[in-house]
Design a protein around this ligand. Structure first.
Ligand SMILES: [Zn+2]
Length: 96
């Protein structure tokens, strides 16, 4: 048995959110040069042809990025506090 969906190119598959056809909005190649070889990477930006769906998707992406930022900032803040606390502790220890 062959899985026809996964053998289909990604851009030919219907949108997983609304079922509309997708289209390639941007295509570019990137040349990566390493110490002994050069490789070409092909990138594609695929969007949904349903603009309402695509806008909602980009809105979600933005929200996700903001959420990640908040989590990262909270973690940095905590790390700072922990560092300050351990400094205080070692200062107190030094006094004794
Ligand atoms: Zn869609």
């Amino acid at each position: 048995m062959t899985n026809r969906v996964s053998s289909m190119p990604y851009e030919d598959q219907p949108c997983e959110r609304c079922g509309s056809p997708k289209r390639i909005s941007k295509k570019w190649t990137e040349i990566l040069t390493t110490f002994h070889s050069t490789s070409k990477l092909e990138h594609m930006k695929i969007v949904c042809t349903n603009s309402v769906c695509q806008e909602a998707f980009e809105e979600n992406l933005k929200k996700d990025a903001e959420k990640r930022d908040v989590v990262r900032l909270a973690k940095e803040e905590k790390d700072k506090l922990r560092k300050a606390n351990s400094l205080l502790k070692s200062a107190a220890r030094a006094k004794n």
